[in-house]
Design a protein around this ligand. Structure first.
Ligand code: UD1
Length: 419
């Protein structure tokens, strides 16, 4: 079993490059099924979630291999195997595969997806959207069986701007005759990246980044070489860690617009932020100022995937903060671990009240989900003394070599394998 040992209290200093976005790379990998030609995804991050998606791709007969940091994928022939729960259980994004397999093969068989333990995470919007494209769907003992033999383009109104459902439908429509409109589409930057990727394959997607996306199906898509966008949540995590631990760091390879909601809140905590074309610098000293109300919501509002890291940072704020989680109903589980460090946090339903304390103490902690795990690292970096963080496999789902990243910035973090 692996654990992180973190000796906290050191300010962060230096520069760091941000990895490619996991949440952009995952749907892009799924979209590789749309063509039988080879694709290279440059600088694909080495993450457990990516490996889990590649296992699914190989199960379907795709050839997928890393050469250095570049991922080479070719889905020449697709085997319509049932994607069992041992594969989907590791990764909620496995559901994206439905849209791309259906678009290419007009059939798909997939078990219900897994993912982070942060809420119910239903897939009703994916299912109703695909039904809107005339896919017949039945649930056979936990396997979702999709018959797309009569699939046709349509206008799909999403009841909620779900990121995954929008992506699934974009892929499903890519090879259908005619124009599909996705109304109330998600507007996250990862949606724009997927649209750019499908267009790089020769597809016709427009409107991504707005609320209505148009996908005009083409007969055939071709191969390409593509570099997905930088990871805005990883960038935000480094910045939140610097705001928590103090110091001055420059985060390179970011699109500052993508993290505007994050940097604006960091300014309110008293940090100084300076923005260049592809980098953001943060300088922070002393305790952060509290945030009176921080609410998560769909892009461009404050991202739910940054909520835990901000909570960890605000645990040492010079006053009380309130966080409202509007997207997931069970995303405060990690706060019980923070209280072991001396944090004072009360949670009721989707609201957390954080009474800032002057110091956190190192403790033995367990990560139970990806971003909650990142929050424990942020807290440990700013705490006095040693913390040991278990559950590193959750953190590895989304952060590439997190111990090296923070070591580069002057923190004392090492990964140890228990016998
Ligand atoms: C994606 C991100 C995830 C992020 C989330 C919100 C990936 C791989 N993951 O997840 O990191 O936290 O966006 O920004 O990109 N919902 C339904 N029915 C559905 C689908 C979603 O009720 O069919 C609900 C969910 O339970 C949740 C909300 O909609 O409450 C947002 O989910 P969604 O936008 O779909 O997030 P994901 O695509 O799962």
């Amino acid at each position: 079993m692996q654990k992180l040992i973190i000796d906290g209290g050191l300010p962060l200093n230096g520069e760091i490059n941000v990895q490619t976005a996991k949440n952009a790379a995952l749907p892009i990998i799924a979209a590789c099924i749309l063509t039988d030609e080879p694709i290279v995804i440059e600088k694909c991050p080495h993450l457990n979630d990516i490996y889990a998606m590649l296992d699914i791709m190989r199960h379907l007969g795709c050839d997928a291999r890393f050469i250095g940091d570049d991922l080479h994928i070719c889905c020449r022939d697709i085997a319509l195997n049932v994607i069992n729960s041992d594969l989907t259980g590791k990764l909620r994004s496995s559901i994206f595969i439905m849209g791309s397999i259906l678009s290419r093969c007009r059939r798909a068989y997939i078990s219900h997806p897994g993912g982070c333990e942060i809420g119910l995470r239903p897939i009703d919007l994916h299912i109703s959207g695909l039904k809107g494209l005339s896919v017949k769907i039945v649930d056979d003992c936990g396997v979702i069986c999709c018959d797309g033999s009569d699939m046709k383009s349509a206008v799909i109104n999403l009841d909620f701007a779900s990121v995954g459902a929008t992506e699934n439908l974009m892929m499903a429509a890519a090879l259908l005759d005619g124009e599909t409109l996705i109304v109330n589409a998600a507007r996250e930057p990862e949606i724009v990246d997927l649209a750019d990727f499908i267009n790089a394959l020769g597809g016709k997607v427009s409107g991504a980044g707005g609320s209505v996306i148009s996908v005009t199906g083409v007969k055939k898509l071709h191969g390409t070489t593509y570099r997905p966008m930088p990871d805005r949540i990883t960038a935000g995590t480094y910045l939140a860690a610097a705001a928590a631990a103090g110091g001055s760091i420059t985060v390179n390879n970011v699109v500052p617009d993508h993290i505007f909601g994050i940097t604006e809140r960091l300014k309110k905590t008293g940090a100084r932020i300076s923005v260049r074309e592809r980098s953001v610098r943060i300088t922070a000293e002393g305790r952060p100022r509290p945030l009176h109300k921080l609410e998560t919501n769909v892009y461009p509002a404050f991202p739910t995937d940054m909520q835990p890291q901000f909570c960890a940072m605000l645990a040492r704020a010079s006053g009380s903060s309130v966080i409202v989680e509007n997207l997931f109903e069970n995303r405060f589980g990690y706060t019980a671990e923070l209280t072991k460090m001396g944090a004072i946090i009360t949670v009721k339903d989707r609201v957390a009240v954080i009474r800032g304390v002057p110091t956190l103490r190192g403790a033995t902690l367990k990560a139970c989900d990806l971003r909650g795990g990142a929050a424990l690292v942020v807290a440990a970096l700013s705490a006095e003394g040693r913390s040991v963080v278990y559950g590193v496999e959750h953190i590895d789902r989304g952060y590439e070599y997190i111990e090296s990243a923070f070591s580069t910035l002057g923190a004392a973090v090492k990964r140890v394998t228990d016998n």
